[in-house]
Each structure stands twice: as C-alpha cells, then as structure tokens.
Design a protein around this ligand. Structure first.
Ligand code: SF4
Ligand code: FE
Length: 482
C-alpha cells in the first residue's frame, strides 16, 4: 500500500525514537519546529506518488510482487527506471528547495540487492533471500529508510581495527545464535529521525583484520540502544521564530543527525553482510555510485535558485541589463550541465547479475564531481544579482511594526509596482539557499554528500580507459611500439 503524506506523518508519531536537540530529549519529534520542515519534505515524496501527472516518475512496479509501489522503494529494472529516478530527484528538488532525504534508503536497497546476490554466488551464503524478504516488507509498507554509511573514522591514516578507540567505525561486538550485537556511530545521517528504518553499511573497503567492521544490516529506527543527536544548521533557529518569512523557505528543510548504536541487537534475518570483508569495498562503491546519481536533487534546487534570482532582478528593474541576462544564462547552463550528468549515468546503466540495473560508475562520479562545484558558482551569481540587501535586510517583525514598517516600505522598495514585502521574501529565499539552512543542502552537502570531491577523482582516474586513449593518439601520429 502506498501511503499518503498524512499517513506517513501519523506512522512517524507511532515511533518511539530517542532524539536529542540542544541538550534536551525531544519527545514530540514530528511537531518540533526545527524538525517538522524536513518531515514535510519527505511527506511530499508520498503525496506526489498519488497524483496522476507524476505517477510515471514517482511510482514503479515491484519486481517482487508486481504491485504499484513508490519509486523510492523500487529496485531499478532498466535504464529507463534509472532515468526516471534522476527526473524524480530534480522534480522533488524543485518542489521542496531542499534535501528531501528519502534517496539514501533507495540507494542502500539497490546496492544491497547487488551485493547480497554477489556474496551468495561466491560463498554460498543466504543473504539475498533475507534481503528480498526485507525488501518486500519495506515495499508493502511504503517505508522510508535511512541509508547509513559514514562512520566517525577517527584518525584517517589508520584502518578501522587500528584506531585507538575501536568504536570509531561501527562493528560487531557479539555474535550469537539469534543475531549480532553492534556498537559504533554513523555521522551526517540525512533524514534520520524521519525514517522508519535505518540501513547500515560499511564506509570503506576492508581487509581481514577489519572483518568485525564489515557489517550491513537493517533495524527499525526506534530500536532500543539507538540515539539520535540532531545537527545544527546555519540560521536554524529562524525556524523557532514562528511563521515569519525570515525563514526564506516557508515549509521545507532538511536535517542531519549523529546516530549512536550502543550495543544494539540485530536478528540474523536482518543481517546482510557479516565478516565477508572483501565485499565491503564493492558495497561502498555501489551505494556511492547510486547516491552520486541521486544528486539530481541539486538540479531541482538550482531551478528554484535561478527562478529566485530572475525574480529578484525583475523586482529591482534590472532584468534587461545585458550582464544580468548573461548571468542568468550562465546559471542555466551550469544547472542543465548537471542534469546532463545524472541523465547520462542513468542512460548508460547496465544490468548486474542480480537483475538490478546499475548506473555507469564513471559518469556518476563525473556528475557528482560537477555537483561539488557548479552549485557554488550558481549561488555566487545569485548573490551577485540579488545585491547586498540580501544580508543587511531587517526582519519581518520590523516590516510589520508601525514605527519601522513605514520606513522599510519606503526605503526597501524596488520597482514601484512590486510590494516591498515581495522583494523581502525573495531575498530571504536566496539567503536561505545560499547562506542559510538550505545552503547546507545546496552547497556543503553538494561538496561532501555521497563522498567528498577527492573520492570521485579517485574513481574517475580508475574508471577511464587510459590505454585506449593513448593508443588512439599514437595511432594517429604514426607511433608503433610493436
Ligand atoms: Fe536525496 Fe539529494 Fe538529500 Fe542526498 S542530498 S538525500 S540525494 S535529496
Ligand atoms: Fe546527501
């Protein structure tokens, strides 16, 4: 059954999560003003799936049951599925203007569908059956899964087993008849407290000495022993100021959390990798490639920012100036170049032996490398067009107060036919996207999400066929080394 946004919200209310923010336990997570905008964004992934005009992009047919499911729980069955996934990311980015969080779980499910199959084929294990049973559980209930990969990592020069504190990478501390006990933490967990499930994977390739760290599993998010500590975002307390338009984005936002696993029990049925260290690397690469494709979301957020910059230009009466028009073209050029990358890696996808369709790894890494750069340039141009008022603008309260309001009405006005309040609202949105809470998603997350820039450069160096390029060059100029 595909849930509506309202049903999703109600299902979150039934969870008994251990969440902390500002040093205090948050008992009502769903209605907390700093968390609720992120819940709203995930809720949209549910509501859109029920609208006929988005059905093609937002829903898919389960390869397990043949039933219609939300695409966020689907295992890609063709290159067309992968292309639709990219389009879904852009669509949701443009409708929320923020990170809508649900892609990490989708990417974890797809990566595990490949890896569990490959481990079984090589070692005769039983992981794929367990995984498919779990997948059906997720698809039938239309659950949101948090994909948890990044460990705290401690001293980056040391492998997991050599850290002074052995818990700096999540590990198995006990193996029993019924299951395993795990200890450690996952950092930067996007959408963690909006999720029904948390799917844990290793974060680096591993050797035999790290076998206790080679573990993948899924747990209900409110399992005993899991604690969530919500991260701060730039300007996040604006959300505590009530309904003010100083928030920039009135309804949506993202959140990240530090998630701690303090000796948590996982039944064997929910364990998908345990000790097969040689498969940690492939699982990381598959998840990372899928998630690098998922950064189609930033194209949608870029659409919002470009629209805001054009609007700000019009409110200032400068939209016809040649240099403004050229800057808008430049922003669109960069944004559509990003779109080319996420469509290309999808269209060039291939079928794995498990039947799952995988993106082209080289192109997915090239796409994500572009994402680490272009949004910064688009944001720079948006700030250029918006002008300095972007950061010196008084608050909505000053606009509404009788003493100051008349001065703001008079001196913050742009074009005569545009209400001053409209001009203030669009500037606040640009602030939100380039400096405020949403800049976490549009800029820093573009830099570090799905792996920092250097990880993509390593994959690009590994992925290109340098020998073929050299042979092509040598052939044309008559070098023969036979
Ligand atoms: Fe999805 Fe983008 Fe958020 Fe990652 S940053 S979870 S890809 S919306
Ligand atoms: Fe992300």
């Amino acid at each position: 059954m595909m849930m509506m946004g309202s049903q999703y919200e109600e299902s979150l209310r039934k969870l008994d999560l251990t969440v902390y923010l500002f040093g205090e336990r948050v008992l009502n997570v769903v209605d907390h003003p700093m968390i609720r905008p992120s819940m709203n964004a995930v809720a949209l992934t549910y509501d859109l799936a029920h609208l006929p005009e988005y059905a093609e992009i937002m829903t898919a047919t389960s390869h397990l049951t043949g039933r219609a499911i939300n695409r966020f729980t689907h295992i890609h069955q063709s290159a067309e599925d992968l292309v639709k996934k990219s389009k879904m990311g852009r669509l949701l980015g443009s409708l929320t203007g923020c990170c809508f969080q649900r892609c990490v779980g989708m990417d974890a499910l797809n990566a595990l569908s490949i890896t569990t199959h490959d481990i079984d084929a090589r070692l005769g294990t039983d992981y794929n059956r367990r995984f498919l049973k779990y997948l059906e559980y997720v698809q039938e209930r239309d659950l949101t899964c948090d994909g948890a990969m990044t460990d705290p990592k401690g001293d980056r020069s040391l492998p997991p087993h050599a850290q002074a504190d052995p818990d700096l990478y999540l590990r198995v501390v006990e193996r029993g008849k019924d299951g395993i006990v795990v200890r450690g933490a996952k950092v930067h967990q996007t959408g963690a407290v909006n999720s029904h499930e948390i799917i844990v994977m290793p974060t680096v390739a591993m050797r035999e000495a790290d076998r206790d760290y080679a573990v993948a599993f899924a747990l209900p998010s409110d399992t005993r022993g899991i604690t969530y500590i919500i991260g701060r975002q730039s300007c996040d307390t604006r959300k505590l100021e009530g309904e003010t338009f100083d928030r920039g984005n009135l309804s949506f936002g993202g959140h990240e959390a530090l998630v701690i696993f303090d000796d948590v029990f996982v039944p064997w049925e929910r364990v998908f990798l345990c000790g097969e260290y040689e498969f940690a690397g492939p699982l990381v690469e598959q998840f990372a490639s899928y998630h690098r494709q998922s950064y189609a979301c930033k194209v949608g957020v870029g659409d919002v920012l470009i629209g805001a910059a054009q609007t700000a230009a019009e409110y200032n009466g400068i939209e016809k100036a040649a240099h403004i028009r050229d800057k808008i073209v430049e922003m669109n050029h960069l944004n559509e170049t990003l779109f080319c990358g996420c469509i290309a890696c999808a269209a060039e996808g291939h079928r794995e032996t498990s039947g799952t369709w995988m993106v082209d790894t080289l192109l997915a890494n090239v796409h994500k490398q572009n994402v680490t750069r272009f949004p910064y340039e688009i944001a720079r141009l948006a700030q250029d067009i918006a002008g300095g008022l972007l950061v010196t603008l008084p608050s909505e309260k000053d606009l509404k107060a009788p003493e100051t309001g008349r001065w703001l009405e008079k001196y913050c006005k742009g074009r005569t036919d545009v209400p001053t309040e409209h001009r203030m609202r669009i500037l606040r949105l640009i602030e939100n996207l380039t400096l405020g809470a949403a800049a976490v998603g549009y800029l820093t997350e573009s830099m570090h999400g799905a792996g920092s820039p250097q990880t993509q450069r390593v994959m690009i160096a590994r992925g290109v066929n340098m020998k073929a390029k050299q042979a092509a060059a040598k052939r044309l100029c008559g070098i023969s080394e036979e």
